[in-house]
Design a protein. Structure first.
Length: 353
């Protein structure tokens, strides 16, 4: 295949999905080192993916009235030889087709196959499976262009300029390297069905602080501040709550890299932590693990096998929320301590070299 001059990559909109696209972006960069690669996605995702030479240009996707025409114009102006369409949405294919990009690659779904020049067929899944992992699906899309993965999962970069600013923030809130810090992320942009009961998360946090001498950091995203404050009140005592001064995603990468562990639901911060090598204990209920079942070297997933789960619903359609309620604090504490022990052993091994 001849080298391509300009490649447009349409990015998923969710934070976690965008992070899981990094192996595919790395594959494209290795295959086409001289090409100009533009990523087209939400503005807040650009600093999240910056710092690892994944793209040359960022084209912001517009929302609201007139968004389609604006996105079409922006894509057309870039003048791509090929569009790599990672999301499944009809709109992402429609806009690249309208932009007159000669070659358009993506999965055939949501009645959009006719808009693609290279329409990949969806996988025929065995009974009980919802999907193939997103990391692998995105790699399949870029494989059409001869790009292959490097065997590694999500990797996020942290530019030196961001390290400097984020380090100052850490100093302000007294998060120091002489203590093991655990992050607790109670919220989920997806919806309330992903939220583990706060009294249980509070019990885990208190136990790991009081018995294991760990520092506690509560993280949250926009719109989740009240949830974070509720968790703070339930935990009580010494902790750091970021609800009053939210961290932007680029600086949040640095914060996650300073933690020894993140306890969270199936959230975007879970993937950010994975992208900087920080272990996570992920409490999963309504969403299927099939979408993220890849590159789990730093991830422990806790979920209950129930007939109604995974339902993929934002709110529990049965009203009992058992998929999250039945996750016991003792199991979370046990898994957290396993990661703490492993981290401590790794520190000993490194110091003895």
């Amino acid at each position: 295949m001849k080298d391509l001059s300009r490649i447009l990559v349409r990015l998923p909109s969710w934070v976690g999905d965008a992070v899981m696209a990094t192996p595919a972006l790395r594959a494209l960069r290795r295959r086409f080192p001289q090409s100009t690669i533009a990523v087209m996605g939400a503005a807040h995702l650009e600093p999240l993916l910056a710092g690892t030479d994944l793209f040359d240009d960022w084209i912001v996707t517009h929302t609201g009235i007139g968004r389609v025409s604006k996105n079409v114009a922006a894509a057309r102006e870039f003048g791509a030889d090929v569009a790599v369409i990672l999301p499944h949405s009809f709109r992402s294919a429609w806009e690249t087709w309208r932009a007159r990009i000669g070659r358009r690659i993506g999965f055939s779904c949501q009645a959009r196959g006719w808009l693609l020049t290279d329409a990949l067929r969806r996988h025929k899944l065995p009974d009980g499976k919802r999907a193939i992992p997103m990391h692998h699906e995105y790699l399949e899309v870029v494989a059409v262009l001869g790009a292959s993965g490097d065997g590694q999962g999500s990797i996020l970069g942290i530019p030196d300029s961001i390290r400097k600013v984020a380090r100052s923030r850490l100093d302000e809130i007294a998060i120091t390297s002489d203590r093991r810090w655990i992050g607790f992320h109670p919220g989920a942009a997806f919806g309330p069905s992903k939220i583990w009961p706060l009294d249980r998360m509070a019990l885990v946090a208190r136990t790991l602080r009081d018995e294991d001498d760990c520092g506690i950091v509560i993280t949250c995203g926009p719109g989740e501040e009240d949830l974070a404050r509720d968790l703070e009140a339930r935990i009580g005592g010494e902790l750091v709550n970021l609800a009053d001064k939210l961290w932007p995603l680029d600086e949040l990468k640095f914060l996650m890299a300073q933690l020894v562990l993140l306890v969270t639901g199936d959230t975007g911060p879970r993937h950010i932590a994975a992208g900087v090598g920080t272990p996570q204990v992920v409490l999963m209920g309504p969403t299927s693990p099939d979408f993220t079942d890849a590159f789990l070297e730093t991830t422990t997933v806790i979920r209950k096998e129930l007939e109604c789960s995974p339902c993929q619903q934002k709110e529990c359609p049965l009203g009992h929320h058992l998929c999250m309620v039945e996750i016991e604090p003792e199991q979370v504490i046990s898994e957290a301590r396993r990661w703490l022990d492993r981290t401590q052993q790794s520190t000993r091994d490194t110091s003895s070299v």
